[in-house]
Design a protein around this ligand. Structure first.
Ligand code: NAD
Length: 505
């Protein structure tokens, strides 16, 4: 970090509570960097239990009126938010790039995927219609409907500061809940920007709140009896422990974790298309995506040609400042960059072959930026930590196998089960793959199979805890609970005593 940047008393990034910024004196502060410049540009306030208490109280106060508002009015506010976001998304992309580092086109991509969920959520009157059964017994009808939970909490990771919150809050709000969002402390401004825009769209104060912070804020949310549910996205160790703690506290919880996504390439695949896909999915957003491809599993023969094709494409990638039209930006922090880079030496020690070493990159950006260029490691032993651990950076591994069966066994042997893809022109193999892999999201000749908003997003195994995925109809299921009503209107034929259990007649 440069001395001049810290000496300049960086701006403070506040909470957003009850419709206004909140920056309490005496708050702990965390550093926020511009990763392409490598300097600290701001400080974010870090919430303690008192700040969480204020945010939850504001959300609880706002809940009765918001949940009672007619669907038409809720829809109108969210529609206005959609229009404003669409008109000003370039501004949000700049906010994201300045703190996350991803290139502007990629920031716009994440906004578009978040906006998709918002557009899906706008159809909530159809999804929340409920069910009606007439005359289930003589003169008796049953109907069911879903109600919001109350105050819902969202805890999000650094890598998608706009999209991941938007996987949840449009659905939560549309269903009539109020929200407390705890974004990543590494890139906290996107959440604040979205909160202000929701206010501009006419969302009543207190319906959407942002508490900035770290573990202390999350702990306070988990312990707060006024929080009905927690939607978490982040690394697996934290997802696993948060899932247990939130469930023990009686909260509804969904916790999405880390990943190590394999791309299985059969020898009959079009290797040009595969090389394009591997480069795009391995190095987009500097590999800081939970759906990034981190392992190419090449079924022989063909691995040599594929490694050659990937290497040739990597040579054309420009790494640099996301505001300069580069292909790939920096990593989010210096510590994270150093950790990711450390896997390159480890790979060598473990006997892998480092084909491209990203540490030699010449970035188009400030020298202090948190740079690591695209890295390709061939013949990675599956016992190496380079293979078993989530690296979360621009490091693509290649593992060679001799059969489809060995490839599938490898995909299934890992701890994670977020995404995977098969590349082949053999429809039968692709069909088998879909039923044989133990993974939640599968691509067939599609490297990043993130489901569209009207399906749902979620992995298997150590990539997700809880049985309800994000967005889509499962999202509405998570953010509502059902009531079933059995009705009989008095009728001259009723009456009489019968203590037997009611049966349909
Ligand atoms: P992280 O787990 O470090 O942080 C996620 C959130 O948890 C942040 O808001 C953070 O402040 C909070 N947090 C950090 N430590 C905590 C603790 N000890 N107790 C409670 N809360 C804590 O994750 P990250 O580095 O921000 O994001 C990258 C990770 O997220 C990767 O593992 C990636 O695979 C995963 N991710 C998963 C998905 C998915 O859909 N499965 C999507 C995006 C990212």
């Amino acid at each position: 970090m440069s001395e001049s940047a810290t000496a300049a008393a960086p701006a403070r990034i506040p909470h957003w509570i009850d419709g206004a910024p909140s920056d309490p004196e005496g708050s702990r502060l965390g550093p926020v960097y511009d990763p392409a410049l490598g300097v600290r540009t701001a400080s974010v306030v870090l919430a303690g239990p008192d700040d969480v208490e204020r945010a939850v109280a504001a959300a609880a106060r706002a809940f009765p009126a918001w949940s009672a508002l007619s669907m038409a009015r809720r829809q109108a506010i969210l529609f206005r938010f959609r229009e404003l976001l669409n008109a000003r998304k370039d501004e949000l992309a700049e906010v994201i790039t300045a703190q996350h580092g991803k290139v502007l086109s990629d920031a716009l991509g994440e906004i578009a995927r978040g906006q998709e969920v918002l557009e899906f959520a706008l159809g909530f009157p159809e999804i929340l219609k409920g069910a009606f059964s007439r005359n289930v017994s003589s003169g008796v009808d049953v109907h069911s409907f879903r109600e919001p939970l109350g105050v819902t909490a969202i805890v999000s990771p650094f890598n998608f500061p706009a999209m991941v919150p938007m996987w949840f809050f449009p659905v939560a709000l549309a269903a009539g809940n109020t929200v407390v969002l705890k974004p990543s402390e590494k890139d906290p401004s996107a959440a604040l920007w979205l909160a202000a825009l929701l206010g501009e769209a006419g969302l009543p104060d207190g319906v959407f709140n942002v508490v900035q912070g770290d573990k202390e804020a999350v702990d306070a949310l988990l312990e707060h009896p006024g929080v009905a549910s927690v939607s978490f996205v982040g690394s697996t160790p934290i997802a696993a422990s948060l899932y247990e703690r939130a469930a023990r506290a009686g909260k509804r919880v969904q916790a999405l974790g880390g990943a190590k996504n394999h791309m299985l390439v059969l020898p009959d695949a079009d290797l040009d298309l595969v090389a394009d896909a591997a480069v795009n999915a391995g190095f987009g957003s500097a590999g800081e995506r939970c759906m990034a491809v981190s392992v190419v599993v090449a079924v022989e023969p063909g691995a040599d040609a594929l490694v050659e094709g990937i290497t040739a494409r990597m040579a054309k990638l420009r790494t640099g400042d996301g505001r300069r039209g580069c292909d790939m930006g920096p990593l989010v922090t210096r510590e994270h960059r150093d950790k990711v880079a450390s896997y390159i030496d480890l790979a060598r020690r473990d006997g892998a072959s480092v084909v491209v070493d990203g540490r030699t990159v010449e970035p188009d950006g400030a020298p202090e930026g948190f740079w690591l260029g695209p890295t390709l490691i061939d013949r990675v032993p599956v016992t190496s930590k380079v293979y078993t651990e989530e690296i979360f950076g621009p490091v693509l591994s290649v593992v060679r196998v001799t059969s489809y069966e060995d490839g599938v066994a490898l995909v299934n042997s890992g701890a994670f089960g977020n995404g995977t893809a098969i590349f082949t022109n053999d429809g039968g193999a692709a069909r088998r793959f879909q039923s044989e892999v133990q993974v939640g999201m599968i691509g067939v000749n599609v490297p990043i199979p993130v489901p569209v908003a009207y399906h749902s997003f979620g992995g298997w195994k150590a990539s997700a805890f809880g049985d309800t995925k994000a967005y889509g109809t499962q999202g509405f299921h998570f953010f509502t609970r059902e009531k079933a009503v059995t009705t009989r209107w008095p009728d001259p034929s009723h009456g009489g005593i019968d203590l037997g259990f009611p049966r349909s007649e």
